[in-house]
Design a protein around this ligand. Structure first.
Ligand SMILES: Nc1ncnc2c1ncn2[C@@H]1O[C@H](COP(=O)(O)OP(=O)(O)O)[C@@H](O)[C@H]1O
Ligand SMILES: [Mg+2]
Length: 368
């Protein structure tokens, strides 16, 4: 029987490399708690990602290292505690509890940006992460409908002497949208400055608390709202949504160029191909590339950004949007898996970005 002591335990855990920090668990300080009770080991390890495959990888590596060190006659009670990475600098007073802000953008309207944002938000929440969604499409809000909360009105509560809007919550996602403020939304004619003010209020006058990921569903194109966003909050990265048609692809380039302007400087995490292929519900194995194949992939390659996922064109995605029940909630639906994979890729890219690139700052751009 190989003795379990503090020293032998530390030596064993030193052989396990954290897949995100790329350092062993001891050096990178990932062991939060341990307790040796004869042949029972209680262990709490911190993981930097809520992605299922990362958690599995850490768990398997820990179990293998301990089996190697102590044989198989011991009991391991392993707790993995997720601590999502963040990389912010300065402006700590803006949304202080929000670790990562992800803009969901597109060149064209109608490509499924809101559909992707809604399903991505729910998929991230399903990993156990704390998720928020801001509907920045002031002119065409769709978040309330997509989350079946059209008739809800956010509460206002006094917190630290300030009246703050409390986001509405459904499916584990906290959200705000101009659509919740019916009287305001009915004022169809928004002038630019008013729209910008409304967006800012959703950040400044709301109580978001702690979030791992805050998604922003942007209006189509590259306009005032985009500028207001990058000037108001430190955006971690942008996810661009496109369909495979040539007309949509041309606009992807414009979107990417905007985020890459030196004055804006928001990393593009990657692009999502929506409506990548059509799959009939009764023949889920069949894929019809009705808008052409690999268009978005080739565009992504030429812009040197990753393709984060391919979402099929299926009726249930549209129905999920219209009935306020994002399709990702329906585990049996193949489209659900596509959104879950997308979420894993987004988590991965946010981690890479946080560990490799400059901290996120509020953009100093004043005009284009
Ligand atoms: N992959 C998809 N399969 C089927 N319908 C989709 C898909 N993506 C989006 N839709 C539908 O297309 C319409 C436009 O999508 P939406 O997300 O509102 O686009 P955007 O926000 O880019 O304007 C909606 O009716 C939506 O349900
Ligand atoms: Mg939309």
């Amino acid at each position: 029987m190989k003795p379990i002591t503090q020293d032998t335990l530390i030596a064993a855990l030193k052989t396990v490399i954290d897949p995100i920090a790329k350092e062993d668990l001891i050096t990178s300080g990932k062991v939060r708690f341990f307790e040796i009770l004869d042949r029972t080991l209680n262990l709490e390890i911190e993981v930097l990602s809520p992605a299922l495959h990362v958690k599995k990888k850490v768990e398997n590596a820990v179990r293998a290292a301990l089996a190697e060190a102590f044989g198989d006659d011991f009991t391991l009670n392993l707790t993995l505690t997720v601590n999502v990475t963040t990389r912010r600098s300065g402006q700590q007073d803006i949304l202080p509890g929000v670790k990562n802000i992800i803009a969901v953008a597109s060149g064209k309207g109608g490509v499924g940006k809101s559909t992707v944002a809604a399903n991505l938000a729910v998929a991230l929440a399903q990993t156990g992460a704390k998720v928020g969604l801001v509907d920045a499409d002031i002119y065409g809000p769709s978040v309330p409908l997509m989350f079946d909360v059209e008739n809800r009105r956010p509460d206002v509560r006094k917190i630290d002497d300030k009246n703050l809007i409390i986001p509405v919550e459904n499916y584990g996602v906290k959200m705000l949208s101009i659509g919740f403020f019916a009287d305001v939304a009915q004022a169809v004619v928004w002038r630019g400055p008013m729209a910008s003010k409304a967006l800012k209020q959703m950040f400044i006058d709301a109580y978001w608390g702690e979030l791992d990921y805050m998604l922003i569903d942007l209006p189509p194109g590259t306009g005032d709202i985009h500028l207001t966003l990058v000037q108001s909050v430190p955006v971690t990265g942008a996810v661009i949504v496109s369909t495979p048609q040539k007309v949509a692809l041309a606009d992807v380039q414009k979107g990417v160029s905007m985020f890459r302007l030196p004055a804006v400087n928001v990393p593009v995490l990657g692009v999502v191909e929506n409506m990548a292929y059509f799959t009939p519900a009764e023949l889920p194995e069949n894929k019809y590339y009705i808008f052409g194949k690999d268009g978005v992939k080739n565009m992504a390659d030429s812009l040197e950004i990753p393709l984060l996922g391919e979402i099929p064109l299926v009726q249930s995605i549209r129905e999920g949007g219209d009935t306020g029940k994002p399709v990702v909630l329906d585990e049996a639906n193949p489209a659900s898996a596509a959104f879950k994979e997308l979420a894993e890729q987004v988590i991965l890219r946010v981690n890479e970005r946080n560990l490799e690139q400059q901290p996120t700052k509020v953009s100093e751009v004043t005009r284009f």
